[in-house]
Design a protein around this ligand. Sequence first.
Ligand SMILES: [Zn+2]
Length: 197
Amino acid sequence: MTVTASSPYPLYPELVQYPHPTLRKRAAPVTVFDDRLRAFCQQMFLVMQRHQGVGLAAPQVAVGRRIFVTDHLRKRDDPEPKDRRVWINPRIERCEGQTSYEEGCLSFPGLYAKVQRHNRFTIYASDEWGVERALDLDVEAGDFLGIVVQHELDHLDGKVFVELLTAAQLTLVRKRLRELEADYKTATGKAGAVLRR
Ligand SMILES: [Zn+2]
């Protein structure tokens, strides 16, 4: 008799949208760097590419693990990968200054808003083989990747960019939020994890 340990990673992950509850939960650290993890990372790149994204976090495919992938140099409709990177158990340190950028999110289609982010910082993360590296980023010096990784890192803490909006900004996007909530209810029969503000 053989026993197969269950994997936290689906073979064919699918994008989930607000208000799916996994988007609002803190993800768990990755402790095992194996072929299943690496296969999952490749699947995440496919999901990201299919949906024309430059970043995708595991909670966006309903997986509560501290993983995200990026391809920040890829332009819309670009058929080829440009600079694919895997970020596992990431953390940022030595944050300095503030900057802002108009962000969107694959889990909030049709919703864009300018949010405040750190300007300079160091990010530490492991790749899919468990090798940790550090990278210094400076958004105002041209590192768009610095915006992408802050957005994706928030996803791992169950935080979505809409939570960073001011009351005035929220008023502008509330109609779209209600539409997404209605779509989710129609598709699943559940209310989901609705933002209350
Ligand atoms: Zn997002």
